[in-house]
Design a protein around this ligand. Structure first.
Ligand code: BES
Ligand code: ZN
Ligand code: ZN
Length: 519
């Protein structure tokens, strides 16, 4: 397991009543601390006193300790209290409701992670988490308590804390047992959803983090082949002639690496045991390494381009968990056009014209706009296979990164349907911002050449994320088709250039909700 938490226990118990029994059990016990909203008459910050904090105050005079140590529960702060003989209590400051109001689950997750990172010890045998204080705060201030989203985001903090890439020299953080205390049952399907999100994130990160010299098209092929679940059908096309004939734009990108690492077309199909209400295509940009091609990326712009297959790694890890969760009513197919974007004497040249799978004549104006070339053919094939909802995950444009930073840039063919997707992202605490596609974005990619209909870069000065999207959408037979396009170029890796697992929880949540509403 790429994250090192050996065992999860969801304990239905009131920790305030049970603390005496528990106190000595733990290496660390994590306790969230909120601040009361400041009133107009009193702008001094005050800690929100949950029953558990009251309990700890009764035993350890914790409020006095807080004021002595100047711990006020401020968002992002933490305080480690070495109390009972074996147990250390880690207080996590979560601030006021106002501070976390927008996207609270994600913000709570970030604050917990930050607090965990202050722990020096590497191997932790038992760790407890007080979920009850969060629930009490939510109830007191009448905020809707979304159990599945909160649990998922709390566990994500622990997943990130213990995650190490496969290349790590030593395991630095490990938890043998993590116990979550809440005074109500956490339904098993909620537990399973949260753990699926954790696995899909960690599996994706493992693939993305691999160094560029060991990563090839076979990396994703092996991943697909490893998905042995009888509800998954795996197809891998490595016949280059087939790709040349059926996916001509994709083939153009692959031409630069035919000898060293030929392209693969991966298709993994999930069939539910129930009747089918929707057919979903998950398309993942799967560029093993993006050098830019002949219009080569300058200087260190090429760094992190091993992560240009994040979309492909994501859709494969997502469909694996779709099968584990046995999501009903949805037939879901993951599609990955896998190739590097490299240079050899046969690599594609700018000014080439090629006819896409759907019959559009495509002018290649820029060899570094390769992702959209692979995806325009992929989406046409996915449409022929009678999908009715298309979801693209792609590290597609620097423009999206500049526009929205480390978030998903969400675009859609259909403004009217985008709400459902936005709601699913918001609910699970996935940071995103939406960009509108306008008619002039389609205008901007019209080719000026007699021999071509569209070109692979739009107006070069602005709206690069939207013109890239409209290029891929041009592979569909109509703009009425429902397509959600997630450009994750700003958030696929963090400042340390490590994979983040962006979009995994959001897409799984969308699929989960769609299945629930398909009864
Ligand atoms: N893979 C890149 C996009 C990217 C940039 C991802 C930075 C992550 C971080 C993509 O293939 C690309 O090179 N896009 C070009 C398109 C341009 C040539 C029209 C870009 O965005 O600069
Ligand atoms: Zn790329
Ligand atoms: Zn590129």
């Amino acid at each position: 397991m790429p994250y090192r938490i050996q065992k999860f226990v969801f304990e239905k118990s009131n920790i305030s009543l049970d603390w005496e029994n528990q106190a000595k059990e733990w290496d660390y016990f994590v306790v969230p601390v909120f601040e009361k909203p400041k009133s107009e008459s009193n702008d001094k910050s005050e800690i929100f006193s949950s029953s558990f904090l009251e309990k700890l105050n009764g035993i350890y005079k914790i409020f006095e300790v807080f004021s002595k140590e100047e711990f006020q529960g401020k968002y992002g702060s933490s305080f480690l209290f070495p109390s009972a003989k074996e147990t250390s209590i880690l207080f996590v400051g979560l601030g006021t409701i106002k501070e976390i109001l927008y996207n609270p689950e994600h913000k709570i997750s970030r604050a917990i992670l930050k607090a965990l990172q202050t722990i020096k010890k590497k191997k932790i045998s038992k760790m407890g988490f007080d979920f009850e204080s969060i629930k009490e705060f939510y109830k007191t201030f009448e905020i809707s308590f979304h159990l599945r989203s909160l649990l998922t985001n709390i566990l994500i903090a622990f997943e990130e804390y213990t995650y190490h890439s496969l290349e790590a020299k030593e395991i630095s953080k490990e938890i043998e047992e993590l116990k979550i205390f809440l005074d109500e049952d956490i339904p098993e399907e909620i537990q399973r959803f949260s753990l699926s999100v954790l696995r899909a994130r960690a599996n994706t990160k493992d693939l993305v983090n691999m160094p560029s010299n060991t990563k090839t098209t076979l990396t994703l092929v092996e991943k697909a082949k490893s998905l042995n679940n009888h509800q998954l059908k795996i197809d891998i096309i490595d016949d280059v002639e087939w790709i040349k004939t059926n996916m001509p734009c994709f083939y153009m990108v692959a031409k630069g690496s035919l000898a060293s690492d030929p392209p693969k077309w991966i298709r993994v199909e999930y069939t539910p045991k129930t009747e089918i209400k929707h057919r979903i295509a998950l398309l993942g940009k799967s560029i093993i390494f993006d050098t830019g091609g002949y219009q080569v990326k300058p200087d260190n712009y090429m760094n992190t381009m091993k992560a240009d297959m994040t979309g492909g790694a994501s859709v494969l890890s997502i469909i694996e968990e779709v099968a584990n969760l046995q999501i009903p009513y949805l037939k879901i197919t993951a599609y990955c056009p896998v190739t590097a974007n490299k240079i050899d004497s046969d690599a594609m040249l700018p000014d080439s014209i090629v006819t896409s799978h759907s019959g559009k004549r495509v002018e290649i104006r820029h060899t570094d706009a390769e992702g959209r070339l692979t995806l325009i053919d992929a989406i046409s094939i996915a449409e022929k296979e009678e999908n009715d909802i298309f979801i693209i995950i792609a590290t597609l444009t620097g423009s999206a990164a500049r526009a929205v930073g480390p978030r998903i840039a969400l675009m859609s063919t259909r403004r009217d349907k985008r709400k459902d997707f936005e709601q699913a992202l918001e609910e699970i605490g996935e940071p995103y911002q939406s960009l509108e596609i306008e008619d002039d974005d389609y205008e901007d990619i019209k080719s000026k050449l007699d021999g071509a209909d569209i070109n692979n870069i739009g107006n070069e000065k602005y709206r690069g994320a939207q013109t890239a999207a409209s290029f891929i959408f041009s592979g569909l037979s109509s703009r009425e088709k429902v397509c959600f396009h997630l450009d994750i170029a700003g958030g696929d890796v963090d400042k340390e250039e490590k994979a983040t697992g962006i979009a995994i929880k959001g897409v799984l949540n969308y699929l989960w909700n769609l299945a629930q509403s398909s009864h």
